[in-house]
Write a protein that binds this ligand. Sequence first.
Ligand code: NAI
Ligand code: MG
Length: 381
Amino acid sequence: MDPVCQANTFPGTTIRSRTSPLGPKPCSVYGNVDETRNRVEQQRMANSKIAVIPGDGIGPEITETTLHILNEIGFHADWVFLEAGLPAIERGLPPMPPETIERIREIGVALKGPTTTPSGGGHPSANVALRKALDLFANVRPAKTLPGLKNLFEGKNIDLIVVRENTEDLYAGIEFKPDPDMALAMKVITRPGSTRLCKYAFELARRQSRKRVTAVHKANIMKMTDGMFLEVFHNVASGYPELHADDVIVDNCCMQLVTRPERFDVLVTENLYGDIVSDLCAGLVGGLGLAPGANIGEHCAVFEAVHGSAPDIAGKGIANPTALLLSSVMMLRHLGHDEKADRVQNAVLKVCGEGIYTTQDLGGHASTAEYGENIIKAANL
Ligand code: NAI
Ligand code: MG
């Protein structure tokens, strides 16, 4: 077992052992997801600047708690606060201001809170703009059972990663109305885009000693777009003979995720299916409050929770900061701070597993801040 994996094992838990037919997984699910860094990138990261977008809704609350925890465990960065979402719009700027994008491009790494996107009309998505501008092509979203945590699927030992394409598909934003009663959207799937994503997923699976990579698609209906994605997937898979490669139609995938989630390991899929399936996976392991993510490109990485701005609970001080905190764990590993990542991750396992100081979404009564203080206590034991 490598030292990072060893340190990730929380005493008294079985965080990495599982009863899956795929056998034990030796590596942390919140492990480093980016091996694309070259020497120039590492030097740039060594200057310790990290961009932060608090966002809106619950974003500022969970960002504050996350940064407080990182500070209290001794991780001190030069945090560069940037605007996006509703605060930017209120100042007459686009939801993802060009200055914010350029600063992240310079700095190379960002921690991002959620940003609201209205349904129907209104402003375009800040997230789509950022992911496209910085070519953050791989959206990595792990879903892992936290031992001890009470939820609908407890005892299932779920440990999977959704790798979602992040720049193409129906999210390319090409929509138009040829007449008032018809609206059309264009689904964009490219061979280079699918190839780099599938390669990324297989490399990630190899690095984390995973066993299986499954393509999720609807190629039976969308024969050209999803058909090409599937063809690329199987071509790429042939270069990784040690990994079991299979594919599943997205609707069947959703059913199987609920009935036998342990069947899955790494899932690789297009933008829209990945968005939907990753929220489903979050539900399997206790909800959106626990689901972290990373947006990875060749030159930049942006770490953010799967969830959105949760306007229904914003400003009440009850949001669960774990998803953003675990996103920061992925960021710490990306930056090479494995010891600090282990401490935060193990503190989350302890506090959530004990179930005494959890937030309301997990059935507890702790406020965001109280939960944060208990994470700090657990991390500094
Ligand atoms: P949502 O993810 O914000 O919330 C869904 C449900 O989960 C709500 O009941 C919410 O209270 C709960 N929830 C989410 N995060 C939680 C947390 N940390 N702790 C406790 N409960 C939590 O999804 P919704 O309501 O569909 O979207 C709200 C807004 O967020 C929309 O404008 C949407 O476009 C945006 N959004 C932004 C994302 C981003 O910035 N990356 C991602 C997803 C949605
Ligand atoms: Mg989503």
